[in-house]
Write a protein that binds this ligand. Structure first.
Ligand code: F0G
Length: 406
């Protein structure tokens, strides 16, 4: 039976799947979902997943629930809260590929989801579980995208959505989305980390948490890798490059590869490379120093506001995936992010600043001769170009001013 278990090695605590907690009652570490072993062999199931793309059944039109054999799947067709998320293309890099000197570079654009970010993949799973356990109000702390996504899915589920945002640090575009979808807004003085602490320390037991410490969120986000592998004929790339903030997404991808390998769906593993912004880089620092514990960055600072996070909660889970796949962790400066973002724009694709950490990281690696030219590389773009329009206008004005002053 699918159930929850503590993600800490050696703890061993297990709980009922629908137990409402975000951490282990024994040791306090994060919980994770343990799925039932798939009942069909890999080739039959891969075929079934593909054939669902021709179905109009609501669950089949979702790029998350199409892979329900690897998800908690007790909700039935009517219990699922979905906006047909997922189903996003893998786009070949052109100018960006030439810029970094890698002919086999592609972008998996998770920003082309219903609310413009990868959060929708996790939110469909988390909101479905929230509805199943009878929640009437859901909440999250957010740098903006989780808030926009939560607000949309809460509206679909008919529950109250309450979002805790760091005051003055969220892009107006994301704020506007959350408000348009009817969320209640709580602004917190301080950073995302302060907002999350406020939410977690809050005494409202009726509020169901939908940050990525919620294990159901991770399950939904995991499916992005199933879709990616399907698009690649189940031949994993050599490298999978992903931005790192609170580290839920990289944890989800690691879990996908661990399970797919365990059940014989893939033989080879892509190396997971997590890229953080230099001013909000606790995991990169830890990786560099070889330390065994994460030291939080007290005042995270980066123009990529989505990942302005100093104390990522899922760091242990994320490191698990990095180590399992033979990957690594690195950081890039805001300047490098800006250059890479502009290049993704010139490829006709566009993304928000946090997503561009991926291309910036790749460029840094190729410039240092650390990525072989023939490597097959997939960069995960996490947010849509329209998620932070202020950033673009400011950057372009600055560029013009610099050109005219020459
Ligand atoms: N990229 C974007 C566009 C994001 O919004 C986030 C996180 C990340 C990358 C990092 O993902 O946290 O799973 O490592 N945004 C969260 C939010 C924190 O509240 O929207 P992560």
């Amino acid at each position: 039976m699918a159930h929850l278990q503590c993600s800490a090695t050696g703890c061993g605590t297990t709980l009922d799947l629908h137990h409402r907690a975000h951490s282990c009652p024994k040791c306090g570490d994060l919980l994770e979902v343990v799925i039932d072993p798939p009942q069909e062999d890999p080739s039959a199931l891969k075929q079934r997943w593909l054939s669902r793309r021709m179905s109009f059944d609501m669950r089949d039109t979702s790029g998350v629930w199409r892979f329900r054999e690897f998800l908690p799947d007790c909700y039935g067709p009517d219990g699922v809260v979905t906006l047909s998320e997922g189903n996003v293309p893998l786009v070949r890099a052109q100018k960006a590929a030439a810029w970094v000197g890698l002919p086999h570079l592609s972008f998996k654009h998770l920003g082309w989801n219903p609310t413009g970010s990868f959060k929708d993949l996790g939110m469909t799973a988390g909101m479905t579980e929230a509805k199943f356990v009878g929640a009437t109000a859901v909440g999250c702390a957010s740098t903006g995208n989780t808030a926009a996504s939560l607000a949309a899915y809460a509206a679909r589920a008919g529950v109250i959505g309450r979002v805790f945002l760091p005051a003055g640090q969220t892009s107006q575009n994301k704020l506007a989305q959350a408000l348009d979808f009817g969320a209640e807004l709580v602004e917190i003085e301080g950073s995302f980390d302060d907002a999350l602490n406020t939410l977690l320390d809050g005494s409202d037991p009726s509020l169901y948490f939908l940050n990525s410490i919620n294990p159901f969120r991770i399950e939904g986000q995991k499916t992005a890798m199933f879709e990616l592998l399907e698009q690649l004929g189940w031949q994993p790339p050599d490298y999978l490059v992903v931005p790192g903030g609170n580290l839920g997404n990289s944890s989800a991808f690691g879990k996908a590869f661990i399970e797919l390998k365990k059940y014989g769906f893939i033989d080879k593993l892509p190396r997971i490379v997590i890229v953080q912004a230099h001013g909000a880089n606790p995991l990169a620092r830890m990786w560099e120093s070889g330390s065994a514990e994460l030291e939080a960055v007290a005042r995270p600072e980066t123009d990529a506001t989505a990942i302005r996070i100093g104390n990522p909660r899922s760091w242990r889970k994320a490191l698990n995936g990095v180590r399992f796949t033979g990957g690594f962790v690195m950081d890039v400066t805001d300047e490098e992010i800006g250059e890479a973002k502009a290049m993704i724009g010139r490829d006709g694709i566009g993304c928000e600043p946090a997503s561009a950490t991926t291309l910036a990281g790749i460029r840094k690696l190729t410039a240092a001769g650390k990525l072989e030219r023939e490597a097959r590389v997939v960069a995960i773009l996490t947010g849509h170009v329209l998620k932070d329009t202020d950033y673009i206008v400011k950057a372009q004005k600055k560029k013009h001013a610099a050109e005219h002053s020459r």
